[in-house]
Each structure stands twice: as structure tokens, then as C-alpha cells.
Design a binder for this molecule. Structure first.
Ligand SMILES: Nc1nc2c(c(=O)[nH]1)N[C@H]1C(S)=C(S)[C@@H](COP(=O)(O)O)O[C@H]1N2
Ligand SMILES: [Mo]
Length: 449
């Protein structure tokens, strides 16, 4: 269980833990020494063994003058309503942003941005921080001009306008979306520094739209012959994906809504396919056409890309389900624990096969495991938040989470996954993630043997 030599170089100076929901920015030593003083005021002499209490590190009422000195905002008139325009986060949160990975090659325009998982609470991804993956840039398409067609093995091929779709009965459902390449860098010997870059091609939203099966029914799908559908986007990437009819008739949605408003342009405005449990590439954005067919289409996005080279030299093709997976988001790579004592270990778990049944936590690199608390709601093919009480004793600790889903699948270690799939893959890495908390409090990504 020794950390391997793949401990990464840090991208930038790591900030202090409590202020570090954005792990790539630092607020400087001033705030840190303030926090340290607060700790000392609370806990007595430095190095004293803290009682294993949740609140051991908090300050006594007479230890912090800031509670007595009334700031300007307690004495003056605040701003009038923020009614005009679209609301934005506090300026103190402005460092929490989507980021491009410095390690990924950039062909022309940037094509991937990662969601700052370390800064999220609960399970819903704020729309403005949803990850992005564009094969040929993104567009803000005029919804009045957009058309969606269903053709192929149907009696009545049809073209729908957005108005046509939005006057139909609708449903709203919460699902995760994960790019199949999420955590892909870790297949080789690369330990990417932060959870934003290891797992940030993952988001979770409430989608609103029309179940695809209603539309297929409306077009008179030929259920005798139909076996697959092909989904096609309207952007220049010519993104097309084959989807099983079984999925198509199950929970696939033609969605226009995300988190209570219309989709964002970068996420497929005005229409995208939602394919619960299946890798992101099948969630075709700017959805313009669905063709019903009787065999897999074997398009460029299914043979040139999205295949994995196995140890025997063969390719895995048509992998689609995002298998059971979890990650601790705090503490995670790039963050710093200021002081030993109590910490809430938190993270997310998900499975493309159903619900999360259990998440276990190890703080010793996988020797011992204890159950984390699963927060509700626990939904199908949706993120589940977990929390775990931990008192850090100040020495090296390797934190891991291991999820089990409702089909009984358990997340494997990276070593187990590599033994089966080799090190040349890109997609579908759902291995257990390990974070090393060093004795100095710095957290980094390690791959345990
Ligand atoms: N039309 C179209 N659909 C697309 C893509 C694209 O480039 N064009 N990218 C796919 C990939 S690879 C992923 S992971 C998801 C990303 O969705 P997001 O950008 O909303 O996060 O969209 C998929 N759908
Ligand atoms: Mo993707």
C-alpha cells in the first residue's frame, strides 16, 4: 500500500483548506495565519491533543473580536433588489470556475472544460459550472430555426419544431452525465493533481423534456424490425451515436430544460438527448435527427474514437454504461488541512446501472473500510452524496471511497482494473481514487499499488 512514485507536481501553490473550494487559487498567508490564531485560541497550546469532538477547533465566544466589531453591512443600507439581469455568485466565490486542463492537447479552440467538483455541495451541478465537451466548438442556436426529425424504420417520419416539442406533456428527472474519458489520464502512470481534473468531466442536473418513446410512438416505430437508433447533432462535428432500442424505449429523453431553465448553449441549447447511465458522448447536443435502424451504425465516433486498446491487442467497442464509481471531493488533491482534528470527508457516488447502495471509506489506503452516510435523495443513475466523520491524527493518511450499486457491482482498485484492461485505455476508468493527506496537511493524488 505504498504510494507509488507518481505523486504529481503541483500546478500552483495550494491554498488553505477551508478557503480552498477553488483549489488552484491561494488567498495568501494572511488568512492562513488568522485561521491558525483562531485554532490556537480555541485549542490551547499548539500540538496539544485535540479532544475527538466535532467542534474542538471552533473559537470560544470571547476569543474572536470580529463578532463584536459591527461591520458596515450591519449599520448601513444594503443594495436594492438585484432584479435586473441574471443573478451571479458572490464576488468571493469568483475563483470557483470551470477550467481547461493544462495537460490536455488543444486542437484549435479549447474542447474540454472541467467542473470544480471540490466546490459543490449536494448533488446538483450549477448550470454555469457544468463541464463542457465540444468536438467542434459550441453554438447558440436560434430555437425558432431549430428542427428535429425522426426517420428510418417508422411509418410516419416527422419534423418537430421547438414549439411542437414544448407543447407536449413533459417530465423532469435528475441524472448524472459523465464523459467516458473521465479519469482517463489515470490509466497510465499519470496522477492528475486535483479532483477537478481527475473527475471533473461529470455533472448532474434536473432535465426536462419529452420521453423519446412517446415521439417514436408518435412516428409509428416499426417494433418488429427496429433494434437501434442513431442520434445526430446539428454542429459541425457530425456527432452521431448508435443507441440500443432497449435504452431508447426506457428512460432516454429529448430534453430542452436543465436545472429549471432552458439548456445552456454549451450544453446543447435548444435540444439535447439525455441517455441516463450511458457515457456523455451519446448525449447528443443540438439534437437534429434520430434514425431508427436494425443494426449498429459503426460511425466514426464509434470506431475511430471511443474504443479501448486491450492488452491482447484487440479493441473494446460499443462500451456505453458508466459503471459504479465514487470519489472523495473534500479533502482532495491540492487542498490543505490546517490542523489535526475533526473533518467531514465528503464526496459523490454514481452508477449507470441504477442506484448507489453503499459507500465505504478507508483512511489507511484500503486496509480497513467503514460505511459512509448516504444522503438523500438516492436516485437511479444520479449522483449520491456521502459524508463521513474523520478525526485526523496528523500523520500520513490515504483516503479512498468504494461504492457498491444496486446490482451488487463494487468499484475495483486501479490495480485490479489494469490487470484486466491494461494501461492503454482511455475510457471507462471507474477505479477507486486515492488521496494522500501528508503530515504537513497537503493533499495529493497518489496511485496505490
Ligand atoms: N452535437 C454534439 N453532441 C455532443 C458532443 C459534441 O461535440 N457535439 N460532445 C459529446 C461528449 S463527448 C460529451 S462528454 C457530452 C458533453 O456534454 P456537455 O458539454 O453538456 O458537458 O456531450 C456529447 N454530445
Ligand atoms: Mo465525452
Amino acid at each position: 500500500m505504498k504510494p507509488s512514485s507518481t505523486r504529481p507536481g503541483r500546478l500552483q501553490k495550494a491554498p488553505e483548506f477551508f478557503l480552498s473550494r477553488d483549489v488552484l487559487e491561494t488567498k495568501g498567508d494572511e488568512r492562513r495565519s488568522f485561521l491558525r490564531k483562531a485554532f490556537l485560541a480555541a485549542g490551547g497550546a499548539a500540538g496539544a491533543v485535540a479532544a475527538p469532538s466535532l467542534f474542538a477547533q471552533t473559537t470560544r465566544a470571547d476569543g474572536d473580536p470580529a463578532i463584536l466589531n459591527l461591520p458596515a453591512h450591519s449599520k448601513g443600507l444594503g443594495a436594492p433588489v438585484a432584479a435586473k439581469g441574471y443573478g451571479t455568485p458572490s464576488k468571493y466565490e469568483e475563483n470557483l470556475q470551470r477550467r481547461e486542463s493544462p495537460g490536455l492537447t488543444r486542437v484549435g479552440a479549447a474542447s474540454v472544460s472541467f467542473a470544480p467538483l471540490q466546490g459543490f455541495f449536494g448533488i446538483i451541478t450549477p448550470s454555469g459550472l457544468h463541464f463542457e465537451r465540444h468536438h467542434q466548438g459550441f453554438w447558440d442556436i436560434d430555437p425558432t430555426q431549430h428542427r428535429f426529425m425522426i426517420n428510418g424504420l417508422v411509418k410516419n417520419p416527422k419534423v418537430y419544431t421547438m414549439d411542437d416539442l414544448m407543447r407536449l406533456p413533459s417530465i423532469s428527472r435528475m441524472y448524472f452525465i459523465e464523459c467516458g474519458a473521465n479519469t482517463g489520464m489515470e490509466w497510465g502512470n499519470v496522477a492528475v493533481p486535483t479532483v477537478q481534473y481527475t473527475h471533473g468531466m461529470l455533472s448532474c442536473c434536473e432535465y426536462t423534456g419529452v420521453p423519446l418513446k412517446w415521439l417514436l410512438d408518435d412516428c409509428g416505430i416499426d417494433l418488429e424490425k427496429a433494434k437501434y437508433i442513431l442520434a445526430e447533432g446539428a454542429d459541425g462535428s457530425g456527432m452521431t451515436r448508435t443507441i440500443n432500442l432497449k435504452n431508447a424505449l426506457d428512460d432516454v429523453m429529448v430534453a430542452y430544460g436543465m436545472n429549471g431553465e432552458m439548456l445552456r448553449p454549451e450544453n446543447g441549447y435548444p435540444l439535447r438527448l439525455v441517455v441516463p447511465g450511458v457515457q456523455g458522448v451519446s448525449w447528443v447536443k443540438y439534437l437534429r435527427r434520430i434514425e431508427v435502424g436494425d443494426m449498429p451504425y459503426d460511425t466514426k465516433d464509434e470506431n475511430l474514437h471511443y474504443t479501448d486498446l486491450m492488452p491482447d491487442g484487440k479493441h473494446r467497442q460499443y462500451t456505453s454504461i458508466q459503471e459504479v464509481k465514487s470519489v472523495i471531493t473534500t479533502p482532495s488533491g491540492g487542498q490543505v488541512l490546517l490542523e489535526k482534528g475533526f473533518y467531514n470527508v465528503t464526496g459523490i457516488a454514481w452508477s449507470g446501472r441504477g442506484k448507489i447502495r453503499r459507500v465505504e471509506i478507508s483512511v489507511d489506503g484500503g486496509k480497513n473500510w467503514k460505511d459512509a452516510r448516504l444522503e438523500t435523495p438516492i436516485l437511479d443513475k444520479c449522483l449520491t452524496r456521502f459524508n463521513f466523520d474523520w478525526t485526523w491524527n496528523g500523520s500520513d493518511a490515504i483516503l479512498q471511497s468504494r461504492a457498491t450499486d444496486s446490482t451488487g457491482q463494487v468499484q475495483a482498485s486501479l490495480a485490479q482494473l489494469r490487470a484486466k484492461r491494461g494501461t492503454r485505455s482511455i475510457y471507462h476508468n471507474n477505479a477507486i481514487q486515492s488521496w494522500l493527506v501528508g503530515a504537513n496537511g497537503e493533499v495529493s493524488n497518489v496511485q496505490v499499488a
